[in-house]
Write a protein that binds this ligand. Structure first.
Ligand SMILES: [Zn+2]
Length: 425
């Protein structure tokens, strides 16, 4: 079944960027997407796998071992040194899933038939080196949430039951979506997500019309629609791969690290996780933009994604970050030279300029004023009226019902995750 292409989702540039940053640097810690129904949040998440680079896996492994660095605990190991490649995988955890389904369980048929203990891998194994997607994560039962968080924190799953004891690697990019009208997330769980994005449907008629136009075109002829967007999606994938390769060389200067600390302190986040996540996201963003050094711009853009769910807030605060407060906290201390601009002042990553799909539409966008820019038009711009309106659609009205949330403990470090994965089709 063909999926709606990643690059064809109009607007939602913050969400697109948040997913890409995690694909580049899994240690950012995943994305929580909040928004009403019908905002294409699931569409975009499900489309993500298609732009992720393929993964190399050992031939005989049900646990997706990398042949170059196999999991020493792998129940299927040891493996031969060669393997094959497969597309990146996106695994969905249904809200009604059982714990066995998530963690895996003893395969009774095989155990009884052959008298051997056989472990049937669960979704945690399937998601290793891929994306684990939990739609309506706020409705997931607590015991599953705990299992999920343990695995996410440790990068491995440990199953002990029915006389079977199994340990295997489970590093995945965790993406959750939720509609806040259906209930909030426990603060402990909220804090586990590296980034959050609030999505809302555009209020701009031209953009709404274009969203519908694309959806109708997809439904009328999915093959042609996907073929049309394939090159743009490929371009995103190549840019992600390039950014991954460049990530290790990106420098976070002291001045920018201190800027991160000032911003996190100003927004009164708990613990240190916000600082770490912001730093990692800023580094990934610099790599995405083709920079070798993090600048003030990456720090601010990363903070907009990393802090909204971690700041102390009042009941009547709008979602997102207050731009004035961010400006104030981000400003260079008096008497020091601003180093705001990167050496290469250029912006926008490789491939120059870009009509590029995700064209990281985050120039000056703000948490409470997400302008879905139209930078995600296909490079050839034909199919359509992509270039919707000249003006960004207006922001969603700030909602006022979100109560003051006490943020969870910020300490624990999240383990590194690895990206990659393939659709479970
Ligand atoms: Zn293995």
């Amino acid at each position: 079944m063909l999926r709606f292409p990643f690059s064809a989702v109009l607007g939602q540039d913050e969400l697109r960027l948040a997913l890409i940053l995690n694909a580049i640097h899994p240690a950012v810690g995943g994305v929580l997407v909040r928004g009403e129904k019908g905002t294409a949040k699931s569409t975009m998440v499900r489309a993500l796998a298609a732009v992720l680079p393929e993964v190399e896996v050992a031939d005989d492994c049900r646990f997706s071992c990398d042949p170059a660095a196999p999991d020493p605990h792998c129940p299927d190991g040891p493996h031969a040194a060669d393997g094959g490649v497969r597309p990146a995988r996106l695994v969905e955890l249904p809200v009604g899933a059982s714990e066995d389904r998530l963690t895996g369980a003893l395969d009774l048929e095989r155990a009884l038939g052959r008298g051997e203990a056989a472990f049937q891998p669960g979704l945690l194994a399937a998601a290793h080196r891929g994306v684990l997607y939990v739609d309506e994560v706020n409705l997931l039962p607590d015991h599953l949430v705990d299992v999920l968080l343990d695995a996410a924190a440790m990068g491995e799953a440990h199953v002990e039951r029915d006389g079977v004891s199994v340990r295997h690697a489970a590093r995945f990019l965790l993406v959750g979506t939720m509609n806040p009208e259906e209930g909030e997330l426990r603060p402990q769980l909220l804090d586990r997500f590296g980034l959050t994005v609030d999505v809302a449907a555009s209020r701009e008629p031209k953009q709404r019309a274009e969203v519908v136009r694309r959806r109708l075109a997809f439904e009328a002829d999915p093959n042609a629609f996907c073929a049309h967007w394939a090159a743009t999606d490929d371009e995103v994938g190549a840019r992600i791969a390039a950014a991954r390769a460049a990530l290790g060389a990106v420098v976070l200067p002291d001045a920018e690290l201190e800027r991160i600390a000032r911003i996190c302190a100003a927004f009164e986040v708990d613990g240190m996780r916000a600082d770490l996540v912001t730093a990692r996201a800023a580094i990934a963003l610099a790599a995405w933009r083709g920079r070798t050094e993090v600048t003030a711009e990456e720090v601010r853009d990363a903070a907009r994604l990393a802090l909204p769910h971690r700041r102390r807030r009042n009941p009547f605060d709008a979602p997102g970050l207050d731009e004035q407060q961010l400006d104030d906290a981000s400003a260079d201390p008096e008497g020091e030279d601003p180093d705001g601009d990167g050496p290469d002042g250029g912006d926008d990553g490789p491939g120059g300029g870009d009509s590029g799909p995700s064209g990281n539409g985050n120039k000056g966008d703000s948490g409470n004023d997400p302008h879905p820019s139209h930078s995600d038009s296909p490079s050839d711009g034909d199919s359509g009226p992509t270039e919707a309106g000249p003006e960004a659609p207006s922001a969603p009205p700030p909602t006022q019902q979100q109560g003051a949330q006490q943020q969870g403990k910020g300490s624990g470090e999240k383990s590194a995750r690895s990206p990659n994965c393939a659709s479970r089709a």
